[in-house]
Design a protein around this ligand. Structure first.
Ligand SMILES: [Fe+2]
Ligand SMILES: [Fe+2]
Length: 136
């Protein structure tokens, strides 16, 4: 699998959200660069923590913008964010139970797939909507 990276076609045309998505890919890239550290629970714990904090902050930003402008797909969008948080909580409990053998690779796999799907299919749905409200 190539190193995951933000690409121009991921742009949602809203600066602050693009910056946050790029930061997401940086965290993912760091994880990818360290995928050999499968038994380093301290390191993995830090990455899981970093991800959940960052995801929470980013989701809050998006959800706030979407609810403020009464975006029709708000509930559905929020639901995807909730499922992501549940998945990260699952990674955290795997870590707490010492099941780290495939954790890094599972996380990289899941995050890359989720981010690509979510940004390209779900986040893109609000792009024109927010632009129409004058947000860029
Ligand atoms: Fe989103
Ligand atoms: Fe997003």
């Amino acid at each position: 699998m190539p190193r995951p990276a933000w690409q121009e076609n991921f742009s949602v045309n809203v600066r602050v959200l693009d910056e946050q998505h790029k930061r997401f890919f940086e965290i993912l890239g760091n994880l990818y660069d360290s995928k050999g550290r499968i038994n380093d629970t301290l390191f993995l714990g830090d990455r899981v923590w970093e991800l959940s904090m960052y995801a929470g902050a980013h989701f809050d930003t998006e959800e706030l913008m979407l609810s403020e402008y009464s975006f029709s797909g708000y509930e559905e969008h929020k639901k995807e964010h909730e499922l992501f948080k549940e998945k990260i909580a699952g990674f955290r409990s795997d870590l707490e139970m010492g099941q780290t053998t495939s954790l890094t690779l599972d996380m990289i796999d899941f995050l890359t797939g989720w981010l690509e799907h979510h940004i390209l299919n779900v986040d893109q749905q609000y792009s024109l909507f927010l632009n129409g409200k004058g947000i860029r």
